[in-house]
Ligand binder design. Structure first.
Ligand code: HEM
Ligand code: HEM
Ligand SMILES: [Fe+2]
Length: 477
């Protein structure tokens, strides 16, 4: 994010945003590398044996995922706040200090994971090594640090929102971020009953990705469309409110789809089935939202005889576009596939879940956050109209193509498990291994690794583009 054109109101907030984006990009790279390690271990179980164990590398892969996304989300807020409120972010000095607290905590946590890979699970390990809760494994000391950072962040957002101009986007973000930060607390306390533990753990995981984060994405899409194509604020904010209502309406009780088999009462079957089946609706609405605004804009321009597009940031626009598709496909379609208890009985915990998990996280979140990074690169380098470069086009093609390939491979592997392990052999221990011994499963694992390599290449080109597009704009289209 080279040469700095950030001056005037909000320059400090935007600079902090670029710090957040930079660390996010580094951790994204680490996430992919750990993904490649575990995908290799799937096909060559001896790979890095006793150097980097599967369980640890997997933990690093998915915790890095959450960390980079949270960093990019905080960065996005610090980026858009001055544009929306018309003032510099209140408490920006504290914001910058907290950024470093956050970075140092994360780096220490990662190093501890890497250096202490085996040992007993005790009260001490919960405090200093990890909590053993998938996706949010940070040890308790780091949890408290994260809470302090999150409180500071939410305070900055609120004080700025209340002092500056009032916009629907900021109002939604203010409410959403309280819920986002507050839910983290549900994953912090200890119970020795695994069902109770899982019950609360899902409050964080599900209510993040299927409620608060989705609302966040709605706000980003609204902001992005206004910035990139000059969409009408009235229209995008109207959509935003509709989506907020729909997302909370279906997402909150939709949590029932995780309460089918963990010892929770059986009424969750009906509640989970009904409300989670409704969850794709807001995603369709978000999809239509982007298409509608763009179509409307194009129509207006064509009526004025302007055929040359006026999108002022093409690479960002492409990524926002991918978000509309990706969210709908990964969360909506792949989520719907296995959300009814009658089907989930067979698919639960197979590679099918992983197929959905990958495409949903990538489609709904990675895409739009990369889009926000492009908006920041445009702003930081003072580029009026940012075009695509060869690297930006290759990056999006390889990342998206690789992810789609991986999803297809995992879906096939999942079907093998559903049919062999569950339907034919009745979910026994032996069935579990038989399901993974077949040719289709093994080949799918090879393809997943290959597609991971394709993604990594795309990532390398993305970083190259980030670093060069501002300085040396060799634009193609
Ligand atoms: C962007 C939004 C979403 C993301 C990021 C996401 C991600 C994930 C991930 C990572 C898992 C696996 C969790 C684990 O480790 O056990 C999961 C499970 C699940 N998701 Fe989603 N999801 C999203 C939206 C949806 C939607 C909209 C639906 C339903 C329509 C859905 C249905 C499910 C179901 C039923 C499971 C449980 C699978 C099992 O039986 O193990 N998801 N999701
Ligand atoms: C180089 C590319 C990648 C490779 C090779 C890769 C590989 C893997 C592997 C081998 C696992 C463990 C699956 C298991 O335990 O059976 C995994 C889990 C996971 N990965 Fe990736 N991954 C990659 C990129 C990504 C990306 C870009 C995302 C999201 C944006 C992502 C999200 C996840 C999630 C959510 C899980 C947990 C899934 C579950 O338990 O259902 N991965 N990945
Ligand atoms: Fe869920």
């Amino acid at each position: 994010m080279a040469s700095n054109h950030l001056t005037g109101i909000g320059a400090e907030s935007k600079q902090l945003a670029t710090w957040y984006f930079t660390f996010a990009a580094i951790i994204f790279g680490a996430q992919l590398l750990f993904g490649l390690v575990i995908a290799t271990q799937y096909v060559m179980p001896g790979f890095l044996f006793e150097i980097l164990d599967f369980s640890v590398a997997r933990m690093l892969h998915i915790n890095a995922l959450i960390v980079w996304m949270v960093f990019a989300m905080f960065g996005s807020v610090y980026w858009l706040l001055p544009d929306e409120t018309g003032i510099e972010t209140v408490g920006i000095k504290i914001g910058k200090l907290l950024y470093w607290v956050f970075v140092v905590a994360i780096v220490i946590v990662i190093l501890v994971y890497l250096f202490i890979q085996v040992g007993p699970a005790t009260e001490m390990s919960i405090w200093f090594i990890h909590e053993g809760r998938e996706y949010i494994e940070a040890p308790r000391w780091a949890d408290f640090g994260i809470v302090v950072v999150a409180l500071g962040f939410v305070a900055n957002l609120w004080f700025t929102g209340m002092k500056g101009k009032n916009s629907g986007i900021v109002t939604v973000l203010m409410a959403d971020m309280i819920a986002f930060a507050g839910l983290y607390l549900a994953g912090m306390f200890f119970t020795d009953n695994i069902s109770v533990d899982q019950y609360w753990w899902w409050w964080v995981i599900h209510l993040w990705v299927e409620a608060t984060w989705e609302v966040f994405v709605g706000a980003l899409a609204a902001y992005g469309l206004i910035r990139m194509i000059g969409a009408s604020r009235q229209v995008v904010e109207m959509w935003l409110w509709i989506e907020v209502a729909m997302l909370f309406g279906s997402g909150i009780l939709g949590m029932g789809h995780h309460y089918f088999w963990i010892g929770t009462p059986e009424y969750w079957w009906e509640i989970g089935a009904l409300f989670s089946a409704l969850e794709p609706l807001p995603l369709v609405a978000m999809f239509i939202h982007v298409m509608y605004d763009w179509g409307k804009q194009q129509g207006k321009l064509e009526a004025q005889g302007i055929t040359d597009s006026t999108i002022n940031n093409k690479p960002a626009f492409v990524w926002f576009w991918m978000n509309a598709f990706g969210n709908f496909l990964g969360a909506g379609v792949w989520g719907f596939f296995h959300t009814l208890p009658q089907i989930n009985l067979y698919t639960h915990g197979t590679q099918f879940t992983s197929a959905h998990g990958h495409l949903a996280f990538f489609g709904a979140y990675a895409t739009i956050l990369i889009g926000m990074m492009y908006l920041a690169i445009q702003g930081t380098n003072g580029i009026k109209v940012m075009k695509n470069t060869k690297a930006s086009i290759w990056a999006v093609s390889l990342l998206v193509g690789g992810m789609m390939g991986m999803t297809v491979a995992l879906t096939i592997a999942g079907y093998v498990q559903v049919i062999v392990s569950r339907a034919q052999m009745g979910a026994t221990w032996a069935a579990y291994f038989d399901g993974q011994a077949g040719m289709w499963f093994a080949q799918a694992m090879d393809w997943r690794l290959f597609m991971g390599g394709v993604m990594f290449l795309g990532f390398a080109l993305l970083i190259k583009d980030f670093l060069t597009t501002g300085k040396n704009p060799v634009h193609v289209r």
